[in-house]
Design a protein around this ligand. Structure first.
Ligand code: SAH
Length: 251
């Protein structure tokens, strides 16, 4: 058993957060949870409060220049980061979950899954003192164009999308190659039993047993959905495949 997961160094996430009790949360369930138990990946939280100032372990203060809300202090976060970085695997990227960041996507998940792990900073309140971001050269990553109250849900989403790409975490590795975003298209519609539900049958072709036709049908459906819903992805897909995005297809 040369490829035993216990011999290979497991992918490792470290999360700096004011809410360590929120982890592993949903990551401890189902496929990601089983993989965590099996040692295919590891999760450590760093409790930011531990590094807080004074008897109340303050981690935040009012924004310089005035304004609403509170900002996480540079000195407190700096200490938490120094602690986390000591334990981080070499080459693990350092990411602050932030609405100002580069938008997270499947390509980034794949890249992160090939790194030895990741160190994540979850913001709270108005966010993080800018000097920490600059000093440590932290990469900012956003889940999308909306504002959450904290980075924990974003961190869990990033970890979930990444961990499922680690070999052996999903039972069926093929399923990550065909699914939405991996081949540049949204996924085709899926059906299962019963064959008829509320008078609605499963498309006949899927029950035909003719694999070639089924593959063609699925591709046509994936192209139709992508063209309808995500013209941005459709144009990129057409460019990559030397096709005219405005071509008249029988979709
Ligand atoms: N004042 C900030 C928002 C702070 S929200 C601004 O306007 O940009 C508090 C924390 O939630 C952030 O520090 C960040 O860690 C997290 N967060 C909020 N929205 C997020 C998003 N879309 N993606 C990732 N993290 C987010």
């Amino acid at each position: 058993m040369t490829d035993s997961p216990r011999l290979a160094r497991a992918w490792r996430a470290q999360v700096i957060t004011l809410l360590p009790q929120a982890f592993p949360g949903v990551l401890g369930e189902s496929l990601t949870g089983r993989a965590l138990k099996d040692g295919l990946w590891q999760l450590d939280t760093v409790d930011l409060r531990r590094f807080g100032e004074g008897k109340h372990r303050n981690v935040d203060d009012t924004p310089a220049g005035g304004g609403a809300g509170m900002v996480l202090r540079a000195d407190v976060m700096g200490q938490a980061l120094d602690h986390a970085l000591q334990n981080a695997p070499k080459g693990a990227p350092l990411i602050y979950l932030s609405p100002r960041g580069r938008r997270f996507d499947q390509a980034m998940a794949r890249q992160l899954s090939q790194a030895p792990g990741v160190t994540l900073i979850c913001g709270r309140f108005e966010g993080l003192d800018e000097r920490v971001i600059e000093h440590y050269g932290i990469q900012e990553v956003s889940l999308g164009d909306f504002v959450l109250t904290g980075g924990e849900i974003a961190a869990q989403a990033l970890i979930d999308a990444t961990v499922r790409l680690i070999p052996r975490v999903l039972g069926n590795q093929e399923s990550t190659e065909e699914e939405s975003f991996s081949d540049g298209l949204l996924e085709h519609p899926q059906y299962t039993r019963p064959a008829t539900w509320k008078g609605l049958p499963i498309p006949e072709i899927l029950l035909s047993g003719h694999h070639g036709n089924i593959t063609d049908w699925r591709r046509t459906q994936a192209e139709r959905l992508t063209k309808e819903r995500r013209p941005d992805l459709w144009r990129a897909y057409c460019a990559a495949h030397g096709r005219d995005p405005d071509e008249d297809q029988e979709l």
